[in-house]
Structure formats: C-alpha cells, structure tokens
Design a protein around this ligand. Sequence first.
Ligand code: E4P
Length: 215
Amino acid sequence: MKFFIDTANLDEIKEANALGILSGVTTNPSLVAKEGVSFHDRLKEITQEVTEGSVSAEVISEDAEGMLKEAEELVKIAPNITVKLPMTLEGLKACKALTDIGVKTNVTLVFSANQALLAARAGATYVSPFLGRLDDMGQNGLHLINEIATIFDTHGIDTEIIAASVRHSMHVSEAAINGAHIATVPFKVIQQLVKHPLTDQGIEKFLNDWEQANK
Ligand code: E4P
C-alpha cells in the first residue's frame, strides 16, 4: 500500500515529502478553504513540490458539463493532476468523458461497494471510500475496503482503492491488510505512525549507555 497525504497545507506536504514516503496528495474543497488561498495557486505550488505523484483536485460543479469545464482548467496546471469527482450520476458521466480523453480521475465520497463498482466501470483511476465517516455513523469502513478489494480482485478491475477519511494509525494498517492500494492520510496521522513508546525508550537507553561508556 502506498501513502498519499490528505491536506492542502504546503508545509505539511513538504515535510511528508522529505520523509520519502509520499506517492501523492489528495485535497478537497474543505481542506483548501481551511488554507484561505486560491485553489489554482495552491495546486501549482503542490504540483511543483510533488512532481510525479498524483495530486487530486476536486471539482465543485454538480453537473457533468460544469465538472468537465473545471477539469479542463485543472489539468492545465500540471500533468500529474487527477480530477476528483463526486460519486453521483453526473460525476460518473464526467468520469467516463475524462477517461476517454486520458485524464486521471478519483471518484470520491464512496460509501458502498456498488458505488465503487460503478465508478470503476466508468473508468475511474481511483475510488475513495471514506473510512472515518462510515465509522462515525456506526458502520464498518474497513469492511467496505475489504468488499471493494474482493470485487475488484474477482473481476480483474485495475481501479485503485484509496482508503480516505483516515482518522488514526489502526485505520492505516487495517486498510493495507484489507486490500487498499493507497491510504490518504492527514499529516497528524503520519506523525502518529512513526511513534512507538518502545522506540523512544530504546533511543533513550542507547544514548544513556553510550554516555556512561564514554565518560
Ligand atoms: C479524501 O480524499 C478526503 O479528502 C478526506 O479523506 C476526507 O476525510 P474527512 O472525513 O476527515 O473529511
């Protein structure tokens, strides 16, 4: 499983990129709004920082025509822009049209296996099931990842599954176990993944022992 970072914050992207673990970035309108910057300017900055991995940029139109117009402008920003589309009838139409002209797509707000299958058949490069939001309403987000992975595997579908709405480190390892190809992870969770109390204790002991021996 690969890592994307789920943020529009440039410092977080730079820091995660420096770790050498990053294969891409996902943004959404809420994340961009939090930054208080122009969407297109920020996408330019992000694509300069992450030059090869996929950078998902979400449309806000609700009709396919509007989505395609937005997509036309978004893909001019950089070759690694992936157009993020909502899981709706109009989103599917736009997905098919963009797939036909070779534009990469990420169908977002996926909450059922059937939605994922439809998106895949419309040609989606990625589907994004939202783990945390399903868990919040008492459903099992990881079970959904498993269902989608099983269906894609059974039917030879090469659309990649992005585990999204990741809230904690267990989501990450469990998403990998259940067949997600990618997890898009907030920076805070990336930091949590690094930490283990025994690692910290181990470092402290090694340093103490070193100091004792070199007194
Ligand atoms: C995915 O691409 C979305 O940006 C994101 O994971 C949504 O997560 P949230 O439920 O924490 O808003």
